[in-house]
Design a protein around this ligand. Structure first.
Ligand SMILES: N[C@@H](CCC(=O)N[C@@H](CS)C(=O)NCC(=O)O)C(=O)O
Length: 342
């Protein structure tokens, strides 16, 4: 009896302690409160990868990760431009998120069990279904990863690529020597200079690198094997469910808009539409935004200012020559499937 009372008291105290900070804050989300207070979303990106996040000649960050960050700024602040991009590396990205230096990451980061179970972080969305690939010099005439037994492979440390290659070579009873380099240009130059037989990272990253070679792109061949699943997405800190919901549903909003044929150019023409999900999407009924702790125009702002999932893909990834494939909507043979907005 005594023990029961004590543990009940403990539970009440724990609840009170847990609930106290949330009650003291406006939105119930420490992250959203911080974003609102500074009037800016701080989003961690790579900052060096064409198609993902790379500043253009005007210094504006471009890419699917940059735009995915912008969707969250549009949802939370009603303004996609209220954002600060913070470059992160493959190794410091997790501590930058854990320490609160960034609110979230959209940084070609693969969702894995380890990263969710042991880092105090979790994944709210997948904005790119990718896989590990290998790039070799066309002149080597290597046609398959199976020919890479004993090869040296350039790979960035702290990546899931490292682990995927180790698994693949082990399964296939092959050996390789990793050449680990943190700095992107250093590793790419090492590969170009012939210091490794292959360069491995997400196939999208290889397509991005190859496209940056311009006229010399044909000198590099992407081998046909994609040896792992690399679902890349938004990473947030655990313990802030409201912000998690916002990031997740902001991504779903870009899919639902595409499903319904709404894009940045056409969305205003849906104002008089009578389809219930479209009306809820536009904030005309249902208080979807309010339920998330946002303005009811949140999803409208996302699409009007940044675009739907197809627009974001076509703007950023199509120029790399990467077909949408499994990144299409489920209705077009892809994996992108959003739950109902109701
Ligand atoms: N998805 C993998 C690999 C991430 C990765 O290495 N990305 C590369 C290429 S897509 C990158 O961002 N390089 C740019 C940089 O390091 O600044 C992971 O999460 O570990």
């Amino acid at each position: 009896m005594k023990r029961t009372l004590a543990s009940a008291a403990g539970a009440i105290l724990a609840t009170a302690l847990f609930a106290a900070p949330a009650m003291a804050q406006g939105s119930g989300s420490a992250t959203i409160d911080a974003i609102m207070k500074r009037g800016q979303l701080v989003c961690g990106v790579a900052g060096l990868t064409a198609g993902f996040s790379l500043p253009d000649s005007q210094g504006v960050m471009r890419g699917i990760d940059a735009d995915s960050c912008r969707t969250v700024a549009a949802a939370v602040l009603g303004d996609a431009s209220k954002i600060r991009f913070v470059p992160t590396t493959t190794t410091n990205r997790f501590t930058m998120l854990q320490s609160g230096e960034v609110d979230m990451l959209y940084r070609s980061t693969t969702w894995t069990l380890g990263r969710e179970a042991s880092l105090g972080t979790e994944f709210a969305s997948i904005n790119f279904y990718d896989g590990t690939g290998f790039l070799v010099k066309t002149s080597t005439n290597v046609k398959s990863v199976k020919e890479l037994d004993g090869a040296t492979v350039c790979v960035q440390p702290g990546t899931s690529t490292e682990l995927a290659i180790a698994d693949y070579f082990r399964v296939n009873k092959m050996k390789f020597t990793p050449i680990l380099m943190q700095d992107l240009s250093e590793i790419q130059n090492a590969y170009l200079a012939g210091r490794c037989d292959a360069y491995s990272t997400d196939a999208s990253g290889l397509a991005s690198f190859r496209s940056q070679q311009g006229a010399k792109a044909p000198e590099h061949t992407l081998l046909p094997e994609i040896i792992s699943k690399e679902p890349l997405g938004a990473m947030v800190r655990k313990g802030d469910d409201k912000f998690f919901d916002v990031v997740r549903w902001t991504y779903f909003a870009t899919l639902i808009a595409e499903e319904n044929g709404m894009d940045s150019k056409t969305i205003d023409s849906f104002a008089a539409n009578t389809v219930p999900e479209i009306r809820r999407f536009l904030g005309l009924e249902g208080d979807m935004g309010k339920q998330l702790g946002l303005d009811n125009k949140w999803a409208y702002n996302v699409i009007k200012q940044v675009g739907n999932a197809a627009e974001i893909w076509e703007r950023n990834i199509t120029p790399l020559g990467v077909p949408r494939g499994i990144n299409n909507l489920w209705t077009k043979g892809g994996l992108n499937y959003a739950p109902p907005m109701r």
